[in-house]
Design a protein around this ligand. Structure first.
Ligand code: UT7
Length: 329
């Protein structure tokens, strides 16, 4: 990359997250679902997940996470001119839940919209915000992933209902001038993909235009698993090719937290060491678009992720959609 021409880069100013109060352990699920703590831990790494309270919506979780991110960034709602909320579980069919977050925060300028890429949603939202910020059209973005997947689970399907949880995470991104050097802070490169031929492997069997119902999550887990490792390692390889970095250069690998075995297999394939990986799947389950910002929040709060670190995020989900982003934190 050129180091002579000045351009804009999207720099992480702060990160925050929010989990509903109710923590549900595998042992609690054993009481109502034909499953076992041993099976869930062995096959997925998940030990617990959180479920939103009755009446607690995605935009409420998102608003809490956004407030925490604003506080961490040291900026106020009036400083934000772009809100992108990645979610597959919006409060209502419309308006976009992002507009409700915007209103709850008291933001009256700029633009807010939802982005739907299921588990890849946060990576897609970050990449989208990056395009807005580096174009110079907007200055400061809230990029949020928030979900209430507990509302679309089929409790009679043990192959899916034990996997997912609710939660939210948010980043504040700010457009800053950069020399273009890879050592300068900010989003270095993003790579997004989708392929709609895979719809049947992971989808919700309802919607306003088809069934006029909300529907339930359906997943052919083994099929998804088979595709996941190849897809996420492809887009991480794209990120390495675009920057010249390799797995050894990463300070942190913060993947979508769907299944510990997918995380480990992806890391192993690229030569990422176990001590480079931030894992929260054991604590949160699969929170879809919220999983990466939740993991980034945990890693920042406990002092692992620090300014200047090289952080790779990636995800794969329904559609299929998949993507990666490499960030100089
Ligand atoms: O975030 C979007 C991306 N989604 C994912 O990444 C999920 C990808 N897939 C997965 O994580 C895994 O495929 C699962 C965790 C969903 C399943 O693991 P698996 O090793 O692929 O198991 P399986 O589906 O092949 O099932 C193995 C056995 C079956 O029994 P039989 O047929 O071998 O007798 C299932 O009936 O495990 C059984 N089983 C369960 N047993 C206890 C399935 N679900 C459960 C359960 N408790 N909850």
């Amino acid at each position: 990359m050129s180091s002579s021409s000045k351009h804009l880069r999207s720099v992480v100013k702060g990160v925050g997250s929010y989990l509903p109060q109710r923590c549900v352990t595998n042992a609690e699920l054993e009481k109502t679902v034909d499953t076992s703590d041993e099976w869930i831990v062995q096959r997925t790494g998940i030990r617990q997940r959180y479920f939103a309270a009755e009446g607690e919506t995605t935009s409420m979780l998102a608003t809490h996470a956004a407030r925490a991110a604003l506080a961490a960034a040291g900026v106020g709602p009036e400083d934000i001119d772009l809100v992108i909320l990645a979610t597959a579980t919006p409060d209502y069919t419309f308006p976009a839940s992002a507009t409700q977050v915007q209103a709850a925060l008291g933001i009256t300028r700029g633009v807010a919209f939802d982005l739907q890429a299921v588990c890849s949603g946060f990576v897609f939202a970050l990449a989208t915000a990056d395009k807005f910020l580096t174009s110079g059209s907007h200055k400061r973005a809230l990029v949020i992933g928030a979900e209430t997947f507990s509302r679309i689970l089929d409790w009679s399907d043990r192959t899916t209902c034990v996997l997912f949880g609710d939660g939210a995470g948010a980043l504040v991104l700010e457009a800053q001038e950069s020399s273009g050097a890879l050592s300068d802070r900010g989003v270095l490169t993003t790579h997004l993909r989708s392929d709609g031929r895979h719809r049947e492997k992971l989808y919700v069997d309802g919607g306003p235009s088809s069934t006029q119902t909300i529907g339930h999550l359906r997943m052919a887990g083994r099929d998804v698993f088979k595709h996941a490792v190849g897809m996420v390692t492809d887009v991480m390889t794209d990120a390495f090719a675009a920057t010249g970095y390799s797995a050894q250069d990463l300070t942190w690998f913060v993947p979508h937290q769907a299944n510990e075995r997918i995380i480990d297999a992806s890391a192993d394939k690229l030569g990422i060491r176990p001590d480079q990986i931030i894992k929260t799947v054991q604590l949160h389950g699969n929170t879809s678009a919220a999983s990466i910002p939740l993991a980034l929040s945990v890693g920042s709060a406990d002092g692992r992720i620090k300014p200047g670190d090289l952080v790779m995020i990636e995800a794969m989900g329904g559609g299929f959609t998949w993507g990666s982003a490499l960030i100089r934190w």
